[in-house]
Ligand binder design. Structure first.
Ligand code: PL4
Length: 408
């Protein structure tokens, strides 16, 4: 007799982003002809730069010739891409070995799957608010108790708020797996070296592992802020880093990411090399490698010219961010975090409104889609996230519509 994984029943009804799409669809169907302006999902909109297009085309051409055709590649990723990632880290000031790099088809599956190499006994700590995948995958795996409607029992929520400048203090109880995202989704806050060092020291002392999501690291323009946790002394002993080509190179639809599991990364019952070999086993068993065409696109994105072109597109989105910030502040809304070294702005809802009420108000009055803060965790209630990804003219239209039509 088959039985379901009843942990699914603990989850909140719908995953955040499909729930937003559902509400927007219902509204659009009832109000045909109204133009919806999207500052909700962090979805890239600008064309891929020429160096990446060249890399992708060349790779397609290789497949047309029997002498250069390739079939399955290494599950961990092609050698040239893994080496390009190693050299990317070297430029950031971190020494990573090629067999510590695991290429994937995006960061989402890596941040979702990485928990599977750890015991179900592990106590999990998440920044609150956080990208919902960290919490939901641990719920599915059975590392939490029941859903109270606001929180999950057994999970440690590390509150990020105005008082701590949206970076949490160390957990007061012993935790085993710690999710940190910097630049943070949704608050846009970026951890300093000192803040990360505190967590690294904690993890080493407690034999915990940090899962560091660096998906937005290329949006950091302040050179004093770390773009990888591996510039922090000791981080290779306690941290797994996950990154993506989605936001830095516009690969949201193309799909490519990577995880780094250093050989020196250990935990209570894993000595040197064990976590790396477990992730290798997991990936080689359950994943068949990223598309060879896309991997060649990734190599092009990490080339000198590719990085330069991608930087220009990042700067375009960051100009959007400045436009949004200025417009929201002119409207009297409080942008409390983000938008400077990150493509998200974290904004207080006016008059103490609930996040989803503000979502509906924004949609019906200004026809603008934002993301309700409570969708990212209990500390997100009373806030909303605005994404700076979008065509400039749409961003300007959205900001104008908020200024002219939102009734405060
Ligand atoms: C909507 C902190 C976006 N359907 O594209 P990937 O898989 O390489 O990266 C996913 C990812 C990983 N880590 C962080 C992220 O913020 C994201 C993407 N988040 C958003 O608007 O918050 C897209 C969300 C998508 C999803 O569910 O991920």
């Amino acid at each position: 007799m088959a039985k379901i994984n009843s942990n699914y029943d603990k989850l909140s009804a719908g995953y955040l982003f499909p729930e937003i799409s559902r509400r927007v669809k219902v509204y659009s169907e009832k109000n045909p002809g109204i133009e919806i302006l999207r500052l909700g999902v962090g979805n890239t909109t600008e064309a891929l730069p020429s160096e990446i297009i060249k890399g992708l085309h060349a790779s397609v051409d290789k497949l047309s010739n029997v002498k250069t055709y390739t079939g399955y590649g290494d599950e961990q990723g092609n050698k040239n891409l893994r080496e390009a990632i190693v050299s990317y880290y070297k430029d950031l000031g971190a020494e990573i070995l090629p067999d510590e790099v695991f290429v994937s088809d995006g960061a989402k599956c890596d941040v979702a799957n990485i928990q599977s190499i750890f015991s179900n006994e592990c106590k999990v700590a998440v920044q609150d608010p956080a990208y919902p995948v960290y919490v939901d995958t641990n719920v599915i795996a059975g590392r939490t108790g029941k859903n109270t409607g606001v929180t999950y029992d057994g999970l440690v929520y590390m509150g990020c708020n105005l008082e701590n400048n949206f970076f949490p203090s160390l957990p007061t109880e012993k935790v085993d797996l710690i999710y940190i995202c910097s630049p943070n989704n949704p608050t846009g806050a970026v951890a300093t070296r000192e803040q990360l060092k505190e967590f690294v020291d904690y993890a080493i002392k407690n034999k915990s592992v940090i899962i560091f999501d660096a998906a937005y690291n290329e949006f950091i323009s302040d050179s004093t802020l770390p773009k990888t946790i591996y510039v922090i002394p000791g981080a290779k002993e306690c941290a797994i880093e996950i990154n993506s080509f989605s936001k830095s190179a516009g690969f949201t639809g193309v799909r490519l990411g990577w995880s780094i599991v250093p050989k020196n990364c250990v935990c209570e019952d894993a000595s040197i090399g064990k976590l790396n070999s477990m992730w290798n086993r997991r990936q080689t068993t359950m994943f068949n490698g990223a598309s060879n065409i896309v991997q060649d696109g990734g190599v092009a994105a990490l080339s000198k010219e590719g990085l330069k072109e991608c930087k220009e597109i990042i700067e375009y989105y960051m100009e959007n961010s400045r436009i949004i910030k200025k417009g929201l502040e002119e409207k009297g809304l409080k942008v409390v975090s983000g938008g400077v070294n990150a493509p998200y702005l974290w904004v207080k809802t006016p008059n103490g409104m609930k996040s989803w009420d503000l979502f509906d108000k924004m949609l019906t009055e200004a026809h603008v889609v934002i993301t309700p803060g409570s969708g990212f965790g209990p500390s997100g209630e009373g806030y909303f996230r605005v994404s700076a990804f979008g065509h400039r003219e749409n961003v300007i239209k959205a900001v104008e519509s908020i200024k002219n039509n939102l009734k405060l």
